[in-house]
Design a protein around this ligand. Structure first.
Ligand code: NDP
Length: 339
């Protein structure tokens, strides 16, 4: 049973050598005797997500948890049930949810495992648009930002798994949307494929405050925050009164020992801004409602979704690290097995 295992706790920017491909563990393709509520799965697709970096760091803060060196990575994926003593799952079922970075996993008392009902879309979509990142875009945009037609929306890390969906949800809500991303190719995708009104490469801008003034001469109503740090600092003075900020993630901070200080926070007071963070897993009960909305959009071709797919469990460490230099174009997926 090949596994990706954490070698040691990570400080700073993660490296491929922080992870080991371990091929020594054996797996018994039977459930532990007398087990109840246990599912044995064959992993098909794994999802590379920025939050995984946070779990590679030693911390005493139990709110988010941490991996244990020598143990396989845990994360979201799509899998096939090989055996089950859980009443909700049976052999042959396709599922998405929390699993581990290995070929086969035993999942005990699965809290976050969903049976896949629709198989007329690519199964890998359940690592993204039909899975955790899709729910993140949905909850973080519609519930936290309460968008109204004609509002001005800014999305950072806009060409990624979550950002590409938020931008399109904003367009579907009748908003004016601008996105930022780190390469020319991504900027082109934002404007020509995802239908953002405008997009810019933040790496080429020396004064982000001035850049945002250029794209939003009348200010920003909604900021979907994926990046944090300097970008947040530049956004705050550009927010309009009663603006909303969905604090979804702050990827620019995940590799820093101490987070950067952010200036301009007083704009939150003066402009009556609302900035709210969230952890999407607390809202998974809304998944059926999200599926009702998103499936028709996919089937009618009203939403564009791009994945960046690499083959083989051994490709997972490089793919994960690539998230922090913007190597991924779209949702980063790792194929472990296709069936
Ligand atoms: P993406 O697919 O967007 O991949 C990450 C992207 O972030 C990279 O491609 C890169 O794009 C950009 N990036 C990396 N480092 C930096 C940096 N230092 N400064 C600016 N941009 C950077 O990831 P996801 O869509 O999966 O996640 C987006 C955000 O949403 C993350 O912050 C993540 O933690 C958060 N999230 C939060 C959840 C929640 O429950 N609150 C759930 C899921 C995700 P570029 O080329 O543009 O630099």
């Amino acid at each position: 049973n090949k596994q990706i295992v954490l070698k040691n706790y990570v400080n700073g920017f993660p490296k491929e050598t922080d992870m080991i491909l371990n091929d020594s563990s054996t797996i018994n393709l039977n459930l532990p005797q007398g087990s109840t509520d246990v599912v044995l799965v064959k992993n098909l697709y794994l999802s590379c997500d920025p939050y995984i970096r946070i779990l590679m760091h030693e911390t005493e803060d139990a709110s988010f948890g941490t991996f244990t060196p020598g143990s396989p990575f845990a994360g979201y994926g799509v899998a096939k049930v090989v055996d089950s003593s859980h009443p909700k799952f049976k052999k042959g079922d396709l599922v998405w949810g929390e699993t581990e970075w290995e070929e086969y996993s035993i999942i005990k008392s699965p809290m976050t495992l969903f049976k896949i009902e629709h198989t007329d879309v690519p199964l890998s979509y359940y690592t993204g648009i039909l899975g955790m990142p899709g729910m993140t875009a949905y909850f973080g945009f519609y519930e936290i930002c309460a968008p109204k037609k004609g509002e001005y929306v800014f999305v950072s890390a806009a060409a990624g798994a979550v950002g590409q969906l938020v931008g399109q949800f904003a367009k579907l809500s009748g908003c004016y949307v601008v996105g930022s991303a780190g390469t020319k190719e991504k900027v082109e995708l934002l404007k020509n494929k995802y239908g953002f009104n405008e997009a810019f490469n933040y790496k080429e801008e020396h004064d982000l405050n001035a850049t945002l003034k250029r794209y939003f001469p009348n200010g920003i109503d909604i900021y979907f925050e994926n990046v944090g740090g300097k970008m947040l600092e530049a956004v705050l003075p550009n927010m309009r009164t009663n603006g909303r900020i969905s604090a979804c993630g702050m990827i620019s901070q995940y590799n820093l020992e101490q987070g950067e200080g952010v200036r301009n926070l007083s704009h939150i007071v003066v402009k009556s801004l609302r900035m709210q963070g969230f952890i999407v897993t607390n809202y998974f009960h809304m998944y059926p409602k999200y599926m009702e909305m998103i499936m028709p959009l996919i089937k009618q071709g009203k939403i564009c979704y791009i994945e960046d797919v690499v083959e083989g469990l051994e490709s997972a460490p490089a793919a994960l690290i690539g998230l922090f230099s913007g190597k991924n174009v779209g949702k980063q997926v790792v194929v472990v097995a296709r069936e």
